[in-house]
Design a protein around this ligand. Structure first.
Ligand code: 1CP
Length: 359
């Protein structure tokens, strides 16, 4: 049976129900970085191929997206791609160096460099491979789990475009915020406009949920966040929802994940995102108090708890569930897993969520 868009009918809608605040039979669960380096079947493919070539090959991206679902009872698949495809589509070169991570050989250095960027209106024509991967994966999933599309949030993307790689302090990118506030806003606007059309096109291609990763919220603090992150996160949510409705597609839940952004939870709760992801440093009771009863929370076991033995993981999940409750909740880790974690421990985490949350 197909749905009205020709995709296989959804047999597991737990995550959608939880996002909308509806009753679920079990708490839905997925894991940030569930597809990737901790899986031997991923490493086997990666040894044969450059990272971005993998992302650009829909059949391969689909295969890798589905690898963790073959092993675990996950309620969602997240499309195999990276947040840095947006800077690439804006004309910047990004290399993925084994052991080092992403590197931009020519990062943005001064405001005049903005002139070198492509128009945000052109990004979707360069990202057709992501849309093709989503459409293929949605079909291959056979409705067993929902398909999550994603992007980076504007500040997080800006930080990589200026730093040129990961950074402990983000001091080059923050220097722009203090020294060149006008150019910073110009850049954030370019990224925001590109991201809005990219996310709407992901929904058109088959994404059923969208997550926006503000992975570097911790570097901003409340004042910089108010000025340089919040307005753009708002614009993305408002305009993506508007764009989806304009295309005649059903409204889809959106998740915002402000890593290290505990100070922003109350402000984020005023936006239209249905789900707010919290990292492991935030107490679930405090998060609930800050966001109120009408948002779904997602998170937040310390990823490093997966290094513990299975008995400990099982107990930690039970405790996590007792704090979040079973309503308006999506279980996850408080950030992504690491490459040296054991697949068996991921399985323990996922099974414990289902076991302890059956209603
Ligand atoms: O299951 C999945 O999550 C796979 C799909 C996925 C996603 C959602 C990948 C594949 N990357 C991302 C998002 C992403 N990429 C984020 C947001 C989530 C987060 O905070 O972790 C960020 C910050 C990036 C940037 C990035 N890409 C980094 C971090 C760099 C740093 O030091 O700041 C790294 C190491 C990557 C590489 C990457 N992305 C994905 C994979 C499988 C890998 C490893 C690449 C390899 O095999 O060499």
């Amino acid at each position: 049976m197909a749905d009205q868009n020709g995709f296989p009918a959804l047999k597991n809608d737990r995550l959608l129900r939880a996002a909308r605040g509806e009753v679920v039979d079990q708490v839905p669960v997925w894991v940030m970085r569930q597809a990737g380096r901790y899986l031997p079947e991923f490493r086997e493919e990666r040894a044969k191929c450059d990272f971005f070539t993998m992302c650009q090959t829909p059949a391969l991206a689909c295969k890798i997206t589905l690898q963790p679902l073959d092993r675990f009872a996950l309620d969602a698949a997240i499309i195999f791609s990276d947040i840095l495809v947006i800077p690439q589509a804006l004309g910047m070169q990004v290399e993925m160096r084994p052991g080092e991570g992403p590197v931009f050989p020519s990062p943005l250095s001064v405001p005049d460099d903005l002139a070198k960027l492509a128009s945000p209106g052109d990004v979707c024509s360069k990202l057709q491979y992501v849309f093709d991967a989503l459409t293929l994966t949605r079909k291959e999933l056979q409705g067993k789990a929902v398909l999550i599309g994603f992007s980076g949030a504007p500040w997080t993307i800006m930080a990589y475009m200026i730093e040129g790689k990961g950074s402990k302090t983000m001091s080059n990118a923050k220097r722009w915020l203090y020294r060149y506030p006008e150019a910073s806003h110009k850049l954030l606007k370019i990224i925001t406009d590109a991201t809005v059309s990219y996310l709407v096109a992901q929904v058109k291609a088959g994404a059923q949920v969208l997550q926006v990763f503000e992975s570097h919220a911790e570097h901003l603090g409340p004042y910089l966040f108010q000025e340089f992150a919040l307005p753009y996160l708002k614009q993305i949510c408002d305009e993506v929802k508007e764009g989806v409705i304009k295309l005649g597609l059903p409204d889809i839940p959106m998740i915002v994940f402000p890593k290290g952004g505990h100070y922003a939870l109350k402000d984020l709760a005023a936006l239209k995102y249905e789900v707010i992801g919290i990292d492991w440093t935030v107490d679930p009771f405090l998060a609930r108090q800050l966001v109120g009863p009408n948002k779904t929370l997602q998170g937040n076991l310390d990823p490093c708890a997966l290094y513990a033995d299975e008995e400990y993981i099982d107990k930690a999940v039970k405790e996590m569930l007792s704090k979040f409750g079973v309503d308006r909740y999506i279980a996850n880790l408080g950030h992504g897993m690491y490459p040296d974690m054991e697949p068996q421990h991921v399985s323990t985490f996922i099974n414990a969520v289902h076991k302890y949350s059956k209603t």
